[in-house]
Ligand binder design. Structure first.
Ligand code: CU
Length: 128
C-alpha cells in the first residue's frame, strides 16, 4: 500500500543495504522492530508517564506511523506519533493524565525500508 509513495530507488537500495548489514552484524532485524520503550512492557510505574517513548531497531517515518494509548477495554486516550529529526529510530506520544490502572500502547509504524511493523504492549500505573 505504501509501495508507490515516491521513495527513490536509491533510498530503497540504501535501506536494503542497511538491512543486509544488520543481518551480517548479528541481530536479524528484518525491519524496524520495537527494541526499547518507556514505560516498557509489563512495567509498573509509581508516577504516570507524561510521555510514552518508543525506540525501533531501524528508522521509522513519523508521518506514516501511529501510536495510541488505550485502556484495556479499547478506549483510545491519545494517538499520534512525534518523531525527532536527529534520532529517526525514536517516536513519542504525549500522555493525558493517567489514573492508576493498566494501559495498552499500540503502534503501527512505517519502517524506512518500506515495511509496516505493528504490535502492542501493556504497562501499569500503580496507585499510591
Ligand atoms: Cu522491513
Amino acid at each position: 500500500m505504501f509501495g508507490n509513495c515516491g521513495r527513490s530507488s536509491w533510498a530503497k537500495a540504501t535501506a536494503m543495504g542497511i538491512a543486509g548489514w544488520l543481518v551480517l552484524a548479528g541481530p536479524a532485524w528484518a525491519h524496524s522492530f520495537l527494541v526499547d520503550a518507556t514505560p516498557s512492557s509489563k512495567d509498573h510505574v509509581a508516577t504516570a508517564p507524561k510521555t510514552v517513548k518508543l525506540r525501533f531497531g531501524a528508522g521509522v517515518e513519523p508521518a506514516y506511523s501511529k501510536l495510541t494509548i488505550e485502556t484495556p477495554d479499547g478506549k483510545v486516550l491519545a494517538q499520534g506519533a512525534v518523531g525527532k529529526a536527529d534520532s529517526p529510530r525514536d517516536l513519542s506520544l504525549d500522555a493525558p493524565e493517567l489514573a492508576p490502572g493498566r494501559y495498552i500502547v499500540r503502534y503501527r509504524v512505517l519502517s524506512t525500508d518500506g515495511h509496516i511493523v505493528e504490535g502492542n504492549y501493556e504497562f501499569t500505573v500503580d496507585g499510591k
